[in-house]
Write a protein that binds this ligand. Structure first.
Ligand code: ADP
Length: 330
């Protein structure tokens, strides 16, 4: 049995109209694994974390942690570490007191608390920061203190909800790597929620893609990227070349498209971006499949409005069925 199991979990909000925020969701997280839950805003990610945390009642289904059915177990007895975007540090406490907060709640001996706090400060690279106040920290340092605080009491499961959400992109990218290394060093099992697919892919061993309260696909980052199960997943992951052909959609990887003067297809360039040493060109086809978005990368400079001819490697394409979104039952 997995370390964390969600078995056909349904959560409804009895608002008007009723919202089925989680609809028959089953996922499994193995011990030591980092699983990211991704999907557009409103797909049920936060509700999933809140249900595991015991902050939202489960309508039907079961949540099991290390073999224990969590039904009826209050939040503070679930032994979870929470790092939420809006779960800010306590401004009136020092860095050390923030990190030691959960240990004091557990009534751990003072000497053990101090040793654990020092160990964590070292681990997150903030030795010497113990007596600082929270307002003397940069955004990245504050996030590391928040992580140290979440893991200090050695929770069974670490849950992260958009942990880097409020930081700018460059800092997020750096901290994503730091966070992954720290999670590995701690050996903790983690469930991580984000709307950002890049962050999910960078952090997680496996990714759960959610759509409208349901699981759209589960897989490793590479499985999801190379074999998206639906147009929804392909779009969400950022595959741009999705060409509608009757009831099917052809997924053409960016790498499979190339400029070719004698290519069989033609398009008009509508956007050129310089990215990491190459041009990323977006064009719209004007041949017998008009309107296909054609994105490819090239070393040749292209200009907006230019007519190009292109080809693509048909062997790299995949056919995706139409996304079937089942109606929600209220
Ligand atoms: P996400 O985290 O993916 O953005 P949420 O879990 O916050 O999604 O929300 C899932 C759905 O449940 C959304 O349609 C949202 O509007 C709805 N929802 C969330 N919280 C409540 C609530 N307290 N009352 C009613 N509906 C809610």
């Amino acid at each position: 049995m997995s370390f964390l199991t969600l078995e056909q979990v349904t959560v409804r909000y009895e608002s008007d109209p009723v919202v089925v925020a989680l609809d028959d969701v089953s996922i499994e997280v193995e011990a030591g694994e980092v699983v990211a839950v991704v999907g557009p805003s409103g797909c049920g990610k936060s509700t999933m974390l809140r249900a595991v945390a015991g902050l939202e009642p489960v309508g039907s289904g079961r949540i099991l942690l290390d073999g224990q059915d969590l039904a009826g177990v209050p939040t503070h007895h679930r032994d979870l570490g929470l790092m939420f975007q809006d779960h800010v540090l306590f401004p009136h406490l020092s860095v050390a007191d923030n990190i030691g907060f959960g240990l004091r709640m557990k009534n751990q001996a003072t000497s053990e608390q101090s040793a654990r706090v020092l160990e964590l400060l070292d681990l997150v690279g903030l030795s010497g920061f113990a007596d600082r106040t929270v307002d003397q920290l940069s955004g990245g340092e504050a996030q590391r203190v928040a992580l140290a605080r979440a893991v200090a009491p050695s929770p069974r499961l670490l849950m992260l909800d958009e942990p880097l959400g409020s930081l700018d992109r460059l800092l997020r990218e750096q901290l994503t790597g730091d966070l992954r290394r720290l999670i590995d060093q701690l050996g903790v099992t983690a469930l991580h929620v984000t709307h950002d697919q890049v962050e999910a892919f960078a952090l997680a061993d496996r990714v759960v893609v959610m759509c409208d309260g349901r699981v759209a696909q589960v897989g490793s980052p590479s499985e999801l990227w190379h074999q998206p199960a639906s147009v929804f997943v392909a779009e969400f992951l950022g595959h741009p070349n999705l060409w509608v052909r009757g009831d099917d959609t052809l997924l053409v990887p960016v790498d499979a498209v190339h400029l070719d003067h004698s290519g069989s297809r033609s398009a008009v360039v509508d956007l050129v971006e310089f990215r990491e040493g190459r041009f990323r060109v977006s064009a719209r086809s004007d041949d017998d499949h008009p309107g296909d978005t054609v994105v490819f990368e090239t070393d040749a400079a292209c200009v907006v409005g230019q007519n190009i001819r292109f080809g693509f490697d048909a062997q790299q394409t995949q056919t995706l069925g139409r996304t079937v979104r089942q109606p929600k039952m209220s």
